[in-house]
Design a protein. Structure first.
Length: 347
């Protein structure tokens, strides 16, 4: 058993083969930047951010569809705040709101039940963006709507799953030696969800928590496994994550959703990576199918390379000049969990 000081020393003095590790959780991206984790690593350990920020990977066609809905008569788009400024191909929800479109910001999808009940002639559409972590709350929303006989609630879904996109990256030849598996996602899916990938690509995964200490322990385990060529899944967040995950949440997801191919911003189509409403719940769908288009707001934005771990945000020619949190040229500079936003904040 190593002390945290010994772990820090190992990571700082690491002199094995150069390795690239990837975190694939937006909260990890934020925590790594906030705690200055990169500064605690040897030059031979490169830590890159992957497609773990749900807002960053939402394609422009989804934002365009939300804007179109918000401009429709008797329709209100309901969303978390971090989606407001994400650019579509012709502006953002925030811009549309300024022009009179109906957009409401909430802190929980449940917050839309009351206005929907009080205004039955208005259709309330929730911008259901997220990963396996967020998806279960939408099943609760639909259950409550049914129970309270509220018929004017819809979801525009852009719900994505983590294992398929990691598979996509690895199939595409991403030079990653190990993954920090997302602690929140694993709380739902269970750490075993990453076992097939670990076996197929003979690569290590370590489930990480979100404190500096938890991150360092997971990076240490990952670095050792990568250095020694050991594949497998190690759960370094056992206080929250189990091998099987949250069985109730998984049962709800299976009941309401099915898998479909999805377009990820900057990454193209990823097979079987979307959670879409099953046919029997189509009355809740605001037209989530056929969101197949994605376009760059600025052709020089390198979000695609950043999200795939091929480029560091700092290497983008627009970083900190044309592209800042006040003037974002790509989705990675919009969200609090975006890698460019975090690198800018903690530069
Ligand atoms: S710094 Fe801005 S332009 Fe460059 S990759 Fe990030 S979001 Fe895109």
């Amino acid at each position: 058993m190593k002390t945290i000081e010994q772990i820090k020393q190992y990571l700082k003095e690491y002199d094995g083969k150069p390795i690239t590790l990837m975190e694939v959780c937006g909260s990890h991206t934020a925590a790594v930047a906030k705690f200055g984790i990169r500064g605690l690593l040897s030059d031979k350990i490169r830590l890159v951010s992957g497609p773990g920020c749900p807002v960053c990977v939402t394609p422009s066609s989804y934002i365009d569809r939300l804007i179109a809905l918000a401009k429709q008569k008797d329709t209100c788009v309901v969303t978390f705040g971090d989606l407001l400024r994400v650019p579509g191909s012709r502006g953002s929800l925030s811009g549309a709101k300024g022009e009179g479109a109906s957009v409401k910001m909430v802190y929980s999808p449940m917050d839309m039940l009351e206005p929907a009940r009080e205004n039955p002639s208005t259709t309330y559409v929730f911008a259901a963006v997220g990963f396996e972590t967020t998806a279960p709350v939408y099943t609760l929303l639909m259950e409550q709507a049914k129970k309270q006989e509220i018929r004017n609630i819809r979801l525009l879904t852009s719900l994505k799953m983590m294992p398929p996109v990691i598979d996509h990256l690895l199939k595409d030849g991403a030079a990653i030696d190990g993954f920090l598996a997302p602690g929140h996602v694993c709380a739902v899916t269970g750490s075993d969800a990453f076992l097939p990938l670990a076996k197929a690509y003979e690569i290590p995964f370590c489930v990480a928590g979100f404190t500096a200490q938890e991150l360092l322990i997971a990076i240490y385990c990952l670095a050792r496994m990568a250095r020694e060529g050991r594949a497998g899944v190690k759960n370094c967040y056992p206080s929250v994550v189990t091998a099987d995950g949250n069985l109730t949440a998984k049962q709800k997801l299976a009941q309401y959703f099915t898998k479909q191919d999805a377009v990820w911003r900057g990454m193209g189509t990823v097979a079987d990576s979307a959670l879409v409403l099953r046919e029997e719940y189509a009355q809740f769908d605001a037209g989530s199918g056929s969101l197949t288009e994605d376009c760059k707001l600025n052709p020089r934005c390198c979000c695609d390379a950043v999200l795939a771990g091929k480029m560091d945000s700092l290497s983008c020619p627009l970083f900190g000049a044309e592209c800042t949190p006040g003037t974002p040229q790509g989705a990675c500079m919009v969200s609090y969990e975006g890698s460019c936003y975090q690198r800018y904040l903690n530069r």
